[in-house]
Design a protein around this ligand. Structure first.
Ligand SMILES: [Zn+2]
Length: 197
């Protein structure tokens, strides 16, 4: 288990099976889990945590396959994840939880997956899932515009993604996304990987 600070830890992502980072956030009353991953290591650790509240970033298998073992826990998800799981509390905008720590579950527009959620912890860390990544066409211009606008408006300093150990700075990520946005071409809904690289 990796430690970010005294209240945020995470189980590292894996490639075989493909499984996202699983973030564990300690509140006073509850333990919050951001994505449950898809590997056995994550499953075993999550199993032993009491008073769980689960938040799923998006509906891809590597982020939520282990939900089949934890379907009785309190769950927050986006609308597309709800379409697949069929249960859980849908967050459409922002949901704030105060439990010794301050959590904000925020719906984030992005090209990677519809109905994605991110999580802000104590106005300091933003867990963004895969929302910085595109889909097979690249980055959708209007979703990227909305995503940049949202990421600028929220209060936090660092961004943690789901498949590596990097801690990114807010300004650097916004600068990178604005650079991507500047490469949009007239009448093209997507900024393709050919122009992004
Ligand atoms: Zn994904």
């Amino acid at each position: 288990m990796e430690e970010i600070n005294e209240y945020i830890k995470y189980i590292k992502s894996s490639n075989n099976p493909l499984s996202s980072n699983v973030f564990l956030i300690k509140g006073v009353k509850n333990n919050y889990i951001f994505d449950v991953g898809a590997n056995k290591v994550s499953r075993e650790i999550i199993k032993d945590i009491d008073s769980k509240i689960i938040i799923i970033s998006h509906f891809h298998t590597d982020h939520m396959d282990n939900m089949k073992y934890f379907s009785n826990e309190k769950l927050y998800i986006g609308d597309y994840t709800y379409k697949i799981l069929g249960y859980g509390n849908v967050v459409n905008n922002i949901l704030e939880i105060n439990d010794g720590i301050n959590l904000k579950i925020v719906h984030i527009p992005n090209s990677h997956a519809k109905g994605s959620l991110c999580l802000i912890i104590n106005d300091l860390y933003l867990l963004i899932g895969d929302s910085l990544e595109g889909n097979r066409y690249g980055l959708n211009v209007s979703l990227l515009y909305d995503e940049i606008k949202l990421l600028k408006s929220l209060k936090y300093e660092y961004i943690l993604t789901s498949h590596n150990d990097e801690i990114l700075k807010k300004e650097e990520v916004i600068k990178y996304l604005e650079l991507c946005y500047s490469k949009k071409e007239k009448n093209k809904p997507y900024i393709g990987y050919d122009v992004l690289s």
